[in-house]
Design a binder for this molecule. Structure first.
Ligand code: PMT
Length: 218
């Protein structure tokens, strides 16, 4: 049993990868398994929050006691986030969003036609979180950052540029934490505060500690 310290709070969580279609049978995506975001959503629901989980395709079992909205592309993720934004108190953006989508999605399977080299033209996706950061009113906004180098500097930049209340900084250069791992180790960054290290532990435990910090922002 858990303390119901998030009772009465509405929390919107995004998780997993986005998937950008190339043609009817191919896509561009990334290595996010959804484990981190699902852990946050499940922990928040267990602590009494009313949770909406917007998720890209994952192999995970659906968490209980929450509303699930499946999406594939970054564009679909943005539509669902915008639609649910006003009604929520906290938005936790753990999804690994594709930075680009394919400019022209082929409506039939692309044929080789003897070509050794083909080019895909990619167009930038909107920065969904930065847009939410611009329009937030009562909401507290939490971003994640997946970095392979200059962690603290890159994290601090995203915290400020996206107008976030907290950023969860992930080192995805390590295989024992980050993408798809059972465990994680993160730094929590907040404006005007020293980064707080949460040492390597299960994603379930990391989720609880993120929510503990979130409650202090409420
Ligand atoms: O799913 P797992 O396998 O458990 O792995 C967890 C994780 C490593 C994927 C997760 O902890 C994580 O770090 N998620 C964020 C990945 C990411 O997209 O980071 P980023 O540094 O590219 O983006 C920073 C923030 O902006 C993120 O909150 C992201 O959701 C958001 N973003 C990014 C691009 C974009 N076009 N729109 C966005 O909203």
């Amino acid at each position: 049993t858990h303390q119901q310290d998030l009772a009465g709070k509405k929390i919107l969580v995004s998780a997993g990868p986005t998937v950008e279609a190339i043609d009817p049978v191919r896509f561009l995506s990334n290595r996010s398994s959804g484990k981190m975001g699902y852990a946050v959503a499940q922990a928040a629901a267990d602590r009494g929050a009313e949770v909406t989980l917007i998720s890209g395709p994952t192999a995970l079992a659906q968490p209980t006691n929450l509303k699930m909205i499946p999406i594939r592309s970054a564009r679909e993720l943005q539509e669902q986030l915008e639609e649910n934004f006003d009604a929520n108190d906290f938005v936790i953006m753990a999804a690994a969003v594709a930075d680009y989508h394919v400019k022209e999605v082929a409506d039939q399977k692309i044929k080789k036609h003897g070509r050794d080299v083909v080019e895909l033209e990619l167009v930038a996706n909107p920065d969904i979180l930065a847009a939410l950061g611009q329009k937030k009113t009562h909401q507290r906004l939490v971003g994640f950052a997946a970095e392979t180098q200059n962690l603290l500097a890159n994290g601090a930049k995203k915290l400020a540029e996206k107008n976030l209340d907290m950023l969860v900084l992930n080192d995805v250069s390590r295989s024992d934490i980050g993408f798809n791992a059972a465990d994680n180790e993160v730094r929590l960054l907040r404006p005007q505060e020293e980064p707080k290290l949460i040492e390597k532990t299960s994603k379930a435990q990391i989720a609880q500690e993120i929510l503990d910090e979130l409650l202090k922002l409420a």
